[in-house]
Write a protein that binds this ligand. Structure first.
Ligand code: FES
Length: 176
């Protein structure tokens, strides 16, 4: 893991008074503040949209842990994003069960449909495509997680329908 910190991302950010109160309440549930790191990172990502370095520093300062302890967690879990994503983050599992049930072909199809590669965002900012490891729903392979919603036994046809429904506003995909 890189130990270099990009100081250009270090502009000031802050949690609201309510969020600070919520974090204080969270910390009391654990034997040490570090144990509250995961829920606080989720809270930060939900609020700021992603976890740039200044937000990671804010989390570290808030929990009185080191920036490196925060980075160890952020860089380990794919659910934490250090870069902004589109409104809909399409995470395609290509691990064994999903691969054996057509996930690689499905991912190729989505690349063609959306005109982007994994790691990229469509020009309208609507979709980001990502290839991920096991999503924990192997019995329903192939699986695509769209934001917080799992789509199971996905085919090219059902994915095309989902994308079209999102593009036309017929489906919110969990986005308010
Ligand atoms: S291999 Fe895709 S959900 Fe487990």
């Amino acid at each position: 893991m890189s130990t270099t910190v990009d100081t250009t991302q270090m502009s000031a950010v802050a949690f609201s008074a309510q969020q600070q109160e919520d974090i204080r309440a969270l910390v009391t549930r654990y034997p040490q503040p570090l144990s509250a790191l995961l829920p606080v990172l989720h809270m930060a990502q939900q609020h700021f949209g992603y976890l740039p370095m200044n937000v990671q520093q804010l989390v570290a300062d808030t929990l009185n842990v080191t920036l490196m302890q925060v980075r160890e967690v952020v860089t380990f879990y794919t659910m934490f994003k250090e870069q902004p994503t589109g409104t809909y983050l399409m995470e395609v599992c290509t691990n064994v069960s999903c691969m054996l049930n057509g996930a690689v072909e499905l991912l190729d199809h989505m690349c063609n449909t959306l005109g982007i590669q994994p790691g990229e965002t469509t020009p309208d900012g609507l979709f980001t495509l990502a290839e991920v490891e096991c999503a924990g729903a192997c019995g329903s392979a192939p699986v695509v997680q769209v934001n917080n919603i799992y789509h199971e036994k996905v085919t090219a046809e059902t994915m095309d329908a989902l994308i079209t429904n999102i593009q036309t506003g017929a489906e919110t995909g969990g986005v308010a």
